[in-house]
Ligand binder design. Structure first.
Ligand code: PAF
Length: 289
């Protein structure tokens, strides 16, 4: 496995792979890797001749400087994990390498990027689109892998790729986004790099989020959307140390809120919960149909 720090070297590697007719998979990450990331990388290793994993804590997607500073950084452990599962290249640039000048591009794909996380973290998805579009243009991968824990992020990135396709970008026409299922701890907590920030008492209550989501599947069969939302919020807010920031039940394609179970073919519930005193912001989601 090779570690690459510069965009120039990355492009040279990719162009050598392309001249050998090799397919390339890209797994964008911010490091602090866990089994959820490992599942994305393994999927890419299975489906492509070469797998590139980017490890870059992207400052433009953090609207809270403390959150950026606290984000876990574990480069040595990340590289050991990536090597053990067969990644070929790690792209680990500095901020200056990725943003030699401030990125002033504005991306806008409402409602996917304006609701839920978009409403509570202004600018977050613009930053995600800035870094992910750069990575796509550097690597021009055949496949790119994203975890469904960040359900809304996949919808926003898909909208961005569709937009580049409309503008005629060849890389966007060829590239396929591969969403990969959420990986959970045995007690149901969705794996997240942020879980390492939880104190023991916070880690102990966090599984109540998925417990409520899972319980709401049965409940939803005999209740309305509004009742189901309230059920989830009540279950979680009843746990000392947990507080729901939002829970919405949405059209899984557009992310617009639905009002009845017949409003869309696929329906997803998306939640953000504050856990503990710090607090740590945890997200999760569940499919109703
Ligand atoms: O999901 C993440 O870890 C980040 O948002 C991503 C896609 C790597 C962009 O920085």
């Amino acid at each position: 496995m090779e570690i690459i720090n510069s965009v120039k070297e990355l492009k040279a590697k990719v162009s050598a792979l392309r001249s050998d007719n090799k397919t390339v998979g890209l797994v964008p990450t911010m490091g602090a890797l866990h089994a959820g990331h490992a599942s994305l990388v393994s999927q890419s290793v299975k489906e492509n001749d070469a797998t590139i994993v980017s490890v870059f804590v992207n400052p433009t997607q953090f609207n809270d400087k403390n959150d950026l500073a606290a984000y876990p950084r574990t480069m040595d452990a990340d590289c050991a994990l990536l090597e053990s599962i067969g990644a070929d290249y790690v792209f680990a640039p500095t901020v200056e390498e990725v943003y030699p000048e401030p990125d002033t591009r504005i991306f806008s794909y409402p409602p996917t990027d304006t609701v839920m996380e978009g409403a509570f973290r202004p600018g977050h998805f613009n930053g995600v689109c800035q870094i992910v579009s750069k990575l796509f243009m550097f690597v021009e991968p055949d496949h790119s892998y994203f975890g469904e824990k960040d359900f809304q992020q996949i919808a926003v990135i898909s909208a961005m790729v569709a937009d580049y396709q409309t503008q005629g970008a060849e890389w966007a026409k060829r590239m396929k986004i591969r969403p990969c299922p959420i990986i959970r701890e045995e007690d149901g907590l969705a794996l997240s790099s942020r879980n390492t920030l939880l104190a023991a008492n916070e880690r102990a209550i966090a599984p109540n989020i998925y417990k409520a989501l899972k319980g709401s599947i049965d409940y939803s069969r005999t209740h309305t959307i509004d009742e189901t939302k309230q059920y989830v919020i009540n279950q979680i807010d009843a746990v000392d140390g947990l507080e729901v920031q939002y829970y919405d039940i949405v059209n899984a394609g557009t992310l617009a809120s639905v009002t009845t179970w017949d409003d869309a073919e696929h329906i997803q519930g998306c939640i953000t919960v504050f856990c503990g005193a710090t607090p740590i912001r945890l997200i999760d989601n569940i499919n109703y149909k």
